[in-house]
Ligand binder design. Structure first.
Ligand code: ADP
Ligand code: GLC
Length: 488
């Protein structure tokens, strides 16, 4: 199939979270299965170009683009998704992408991602690429289905194009002032949600859900959660109204990046057959961190964006209390809201021999924490999929997770009677539940033989993209066989 895949972040070129991991891996696997997939993303000024061979796309240089009263010029540069032959088109428009971060809170944020979406569809035209599927990801690309029904409806190139809207996180919807609808251009007015036409805000993700041929999200449990008032962030009624519902497809793991047997950041690689490298990694890591912790005492890891979604509030009382009374050390990598950064910084100050907090973003540290830790904590308030718990499983680092979204779909609670299970799973979003989970983990850790079994169970799990990507192909094929939705 011919697929146009558009995303605001794609690993390894630009990443703030799991969306980039997915956008960097899924296209590669679809390409390996023989599909003609083209990826479009912004050419942020932070993207290192030394290792990229970029070729200007003929006929797509210095293109003028008018968005309402704003005029831009952009060029398309073709390269390949690193480590693959997947064509990747970078939208070069310094006026909107020459910023210090991927996302901004500037007045032109909607224009930045309008440029991306218009350049992607214009790019298909200039490349004479007629996609069977346009695959949108999160709010940044959620207007593509509406653009195809309006501004691009005249073009036969898109006559049989179907659209897929993937929701990676319904907590971010792209809300803009209603006046910005003018910047989209064309005849979108009649298609807009009644709330927007009545002067309410312009919600991009809502338009994606209303106009896409299929809506997916990144785990089956999250698909059910976002169709309820408690999980839908205001979009649940719209999701429930879709006759075909929301398709939940669990994300995969890129095991060429996340595998302790060949992880390029590890000096001591290891596998389920020989775990000695994990112990060596832990020892070396503790030394490097300057933590005077016995090698057989448990180390708890966290790697996370520090936002309310990630459940850090639950740790404010529980973690200091457990560190003060139990034999537990922690290493935390993350950046985000000041109050969470402040919490971990003060935890480190209070327990300098037991806690290390690294504020910031580091690929290398993320890999080292996965490999060196014994346990990995994700107490999320909600979690569409979550990737770190799946990385943890592969690294034999027992995940401690709350039963929500993709965490519920990827970790099974340990059962001592059957010796089945891959982690510790707690239900309630409250401090007693987290306290229970941490104490349970610490107790289980003392039984070396049971713990080893849990590690082996975890490491035997397979969440490879090879498997998960086939579910997207099935969906694409099903959509393609359905009659096309009526277009004005
Ligand atoms: P989310 O997308 O909600 O942040 P995921 O679990 O899906 O959550 O993905 C997070 C991804 O971002 C993982 O690959 C994780 O290792 C990475 N990550 C998050 N914070 C950091 C950080 N501070 N440094 C390095 N990698 C990080
Ligand atoms: C979002 C979600 C996360 C998911 C990722 C990739 O950032 O918060 O749970 O794994 O997208 O789909």
């Amino acid at each position: 199939m011919r697929i146009c895949f558009v995303a605001s972040e794609v690993a390894p070129l630009a990443k703030s979270g799991g969306l980039a991991d997915v956008a960097g891996a899924l296209p590669r696997h679809l390409h390996d299965q023989g599909h003609d997939i083209r990826v479009f993303m912004p050419f942020y000024s932070s993207i290192g170009t030394a290792a990229l061979q970029m070729v200007p796309v003929e006929g797509a240089q210095n293109v003028e683009l008018r968005l309402g009263a704003h005029a831009y010029r952009y060029s398309l540069l073709e390269t390949q998704l690193p480590g693959s032959a997947v064509p990747l088109y970078l939208v070069h428009c310094p006026a909107v992408y020459d910023r210090s971060t991927i996302y901004t809170i500037g007045h032109d944020e909607h224009l930045r991602f309008l440029v991306l979406q218009r350049a992607a569809l214009d790019g298909c035209q200039r490349l004479l690429f007629s996609p069977h599927i346009v695959h949108c990801n999160d709010w940044h690309t959620a207007l593509l289905p509406m653009l195809l029904k309006t501004l691009y409806a005249w073009d036969n190139l898109f006559r049989s194009t179907r659209t897929v809207m993937s929701i990676h996180n319904i907590g971010y919807q792209g809300w803009f002032d209603a006046a910005t609808t003018y910047d989209v251009g064309g005849n979108v007015w009649d298609l807009l949600a009644p709330e927007t036409r009545a002067g309410g805000g312009f919600n991009w993700l809502r338009e994606g859900v209303r106009n896409a041929d299929a809506v997916t999200t990144v785990s089956p449990t999250y698909a059910a959660e976002i169709a309820t008032p408690a999980g839908g962030h205001g979009l649940d009624a719209l999701l429930r109204a879709r006759p075909d519902g929301v398709v939940g497809i669990l994300n995969g793991v890129d095991y060429s990046e996340w595998n302790p047997a060949n992880d390029r950041y590890l000096k001591h690689n290891y596998s389920p057959q020989d775990l000695s490298g994990k112990a060596q990694t832990k020892r070396a890591f503790l030394d490097w961190l300057n933590l005077p912790v016995a090698a057989d005492a448990p180390l708890l890891g966290m790697v996370t964006r520090l936002t309310v979604q990630k459940g850090i509030d639950l740790l404010f009382t529980t973690l200091p209390e457990i560190i003060a009374t139990c034999d537990l050390s922690c290493v935390v990598l993350g950046t985000g809201d000041a109050r969470y950064e402040g919490f971990f910084a003060s935890l480190q100050q209070r327990f300098p021999d037991r806690v290390v907090f690294h504020r910031g973003y580091s690929e290398e540290l993320a890999h080292l924490i996965e490999a060196a830790s014994d346990m990995f904590l994700m107490p999320s308030l909600y979690e569409p999929c979550g990737l770190n718990q799946m990385y943890s499983l592969k690294y034999g680092t027992v995940p401690i997770v709350r039963r929500t979204g993709g965490l519920a779909d990827s970790v099974q609670h340990w059962d001592a009677a059957t010796r089945r299970g891959t982690g510790i799973v707690f239900n309630d979003y409250d401090a007693p539940a987290v306290r229970w989970a941490l104490h349970t983990a610490l107790d289980l850790f003392k039984n070396r033989e049971g713990w080893l079994q849990m590690m082996r169970n975890a490491m035997a799990q397979d969440f490879s993209w090879d498997r998960q990507s086939r579910q997207y192909v099935e969906l694409y094929e099903k959509l393609y066989q359905q009659p096309i939705a009526a277009r004005p």
